[in-house]
Design a protein around this ligand. Structure first.
Ligand code: SIN
Length: 525
């Protein structure tokens, strides 16, 4: 059931009036209200504005009728009320995925591939609407929203192709009357728990390889950004994904998570989110010995050596730090600058940061949208206060943006040091602290001095140094002279407490496969 337009208009207006009561100017939001309404109206017309859970190929309400509000983080407008489901509906989704597993898994790879390819084409055909929807519910600038549709769809395209390359092995036997084979088979029902920072790509990065090799899936998107997930599910349905193969449940996060983890029918959990939650999921998955893939938090260092091309280093660091307002697991958290170029880099970088235009992501030219919630702003403030109290200098920004509530100024801190919270904990916001170092060994030591190991970056023109440092960094991902390195064709994932397993690329599909050894004995000569 799509959301009735009249209800949408009414709830938006009521909400905007309430906003003016708490000091957020009504007029400023009225303009945005019009464009949000137009976007939602268009999505509704195309059947892509969904508010119900998707179970066994049907759109369903929560059994007790409860709903969950979804807000626009830029304006606090109410975008929709979606079904708020719990354990009972999750069990139904698991059962439907389990029932659908056999018939989906025995399709030929070519048959599954065709359906995935169609899903990819539909996602791309609706790039504009999906990008706008993402900007509405996540806040990211429209250019990033559109970029994420392409990024998200690329996993579906890649795994539509990779479905046909799930090869087994034949092993030379140790005894003449034997033949040894290795088969790769789908694990079964997968529970995919995904975050709000990439409302589409983190879903397709899990669902596409799972579906490609014959698994069925129950997805739990973030309660903050379920609308993109539901639109993607609608397109999967249109593409011909059979009933029960893909299910989407959102609402009571702990009930949904607990149900997925307790179920013996769910054979695999794939999670993207915080390290704290990842550890709990890993422990709970032990109860039924599920396979787990975890893509968790980071504390990414970015090392700028004296001989770096400064233009490339500023551009790359800016992109790696301020993508999605600093809210990605691979965003730079610590910028280590060699002493010979520290002052020059700090000046150039600060000038570039000052030019980042902050605003509603739907507005032309905006490069940084709001943070996802006010709590995220408070976390940023805590980090900055801590750093400044321990000697950091505010070079740019350092306070809430005058757009208020969820907006924060892009910030650069100079003279950061290891006593500061920001050196140990992911800030997940638009704050770039600069640390000074003298030697390559010192940079490597600082970079590796963390329990995290997801992304790392370095800028140098010296090829031997680049290779040496890349080998020494205890990270799953290393960007050399480049700030945006994620792509569907390369393996994404962390070491240490940043996770287990890899997503994307030929390695990503292995996470959804079991290896079976078959021994044929008593062969007659
Ligand atoms: C993430 O933040 O978890 C994903 C970032 C990416 O795919 O580049």
């Amino acid at each position: 059931m799509a959301i009735p337009t009249a209800m949408l208009k009414l709830s938006l207006r009521t909400h905007l009036r309430n906003l003016s009561r708490i000091g957020i100017p009504y007029a400023a939001h009225l303009q945005r209200q019009m464009s949000s309404e137009a976007i939602l109206g268009r999505l509704k017309e195309k059947g892509l504005l969904r508010s119900q859970a998707f179970i066994a190929g049907k759109w369903v309400d929560a059994e007790d009728g409860t709903t969950l509000p979804v807000y626009n983080p830029a304006t606090q407008e109410l975008l929709a009320n979606v079904a708020c489901v719990g354990g009972k509906e999750t069990k139904e989704a698991i059962t439907s995925a389990n029932n659908a597993f056999y018939s989906w898994s025995i399709l030929t790879a070519a048959e599954r591939s065709k359906i995935l390819r169609k899903w990819y084409e539909l996602l791309m055909a609706h790039k504009e609407e999906l990008g706008q929807l993402m900007t509405l519910e996540n806040g990211k600038p429209l250019k990033e929203g559109l970029g994420e549709v392409v990024y998200g769809a690329s996993f579906v395209e890649f795994y539509a192709e990779e479905a046909k390359r799930v090869y087994g092995d034949i092993i030379p036997p140790p005894l003449g009357d034997r033949r040894l084979f290795v088969l790769k088979q789908p694990v079964g029902v997968v529970g995919a728990i995904t975050p709000w920072n990439f409302p589409l790509a983190m879903i397709t990065r899990k669902v596409a390889p799972a579906l490609a090799c014959g698994c069925t899936v129950v997805v739990k998107p973030s309660e903050l950004t379920p609308l993109t997930a539901l639109a993607a599910a609608e397109l999967a349905l249109q593409a011909g994904v059979p009933s029960g193969v893909l299910n989407v449940v959102m609402g009571n996060a702990s009930q949904i998570g607990d149900t997925l983890l307790a179920s013996s029918q769910v054979k695999k959990i794939s999670f993207t989110g915080s390290t704290a939650v990842g550890k709990k999921l890993m422990a709970a998955a032990a109860g039924t010995v599920k396979k787990v893939s975890l893509e968790l938090g980071g504390n990414a260092p970015c090392i700028i050596f004296d001989d770096a091309n400064l233009e490339v280093a500023v551009k790359g660091t800016l992109a790696a730090k301020f993508r999605n307002a600093g809210q990605t697991c691979v965003c730079v958290n610590r910028i280590l600058v060699q002493e010979g170029i520290y002052e020059k880099f700090a000046k150039l970088f600060s000038t570039a940061v000052q030019e980042l235009r902050v605003g509603n992501g739907l507005e032309e030219g905006v490069l940084q949208g709001p943070l996802i919630t006010h709590a995220a702003v408070q976390k940023v403030e805590k980090h900055i206060q801590d750093a400044v109290s321990k000697g950091a200098k505010l070079l740019v920004g350092g306070k809430q943006h005058n757009l208020g509530y969820t907006f924060y100024e892009p910030t650069v801190l100079g003279d950061a040091n290891s006593s500061m919270l920001i050196s140990r904990e992911e800030v997940f916001g638009p704050v770039a602290p600069l640390f000074r170092f003298k030697t390559e060994d010192e940079a490597i030591q600082i970079a590796n001095d963390t329990q995290f190991g997801l992304a790392s970056y370095l800028f140098t023109e010296n090829v031997s140094q680049a290779w040496r440092v890349a080998e020494a960094l205890e990270y799953g991902l290393v960007g050399i002279n480049e700030g945006i390195i994620s792509t569907e064709v390369a393996p994404f994932g962390g070491v240490k407490e940043s996770g287990v397993g890899r997503e994307g690329s030929k390695y990503g599909i292995d996470e959804y496969l079991e290896v079976k050894y078959v021994c044929l004995g008593n062969m007659k000569p």
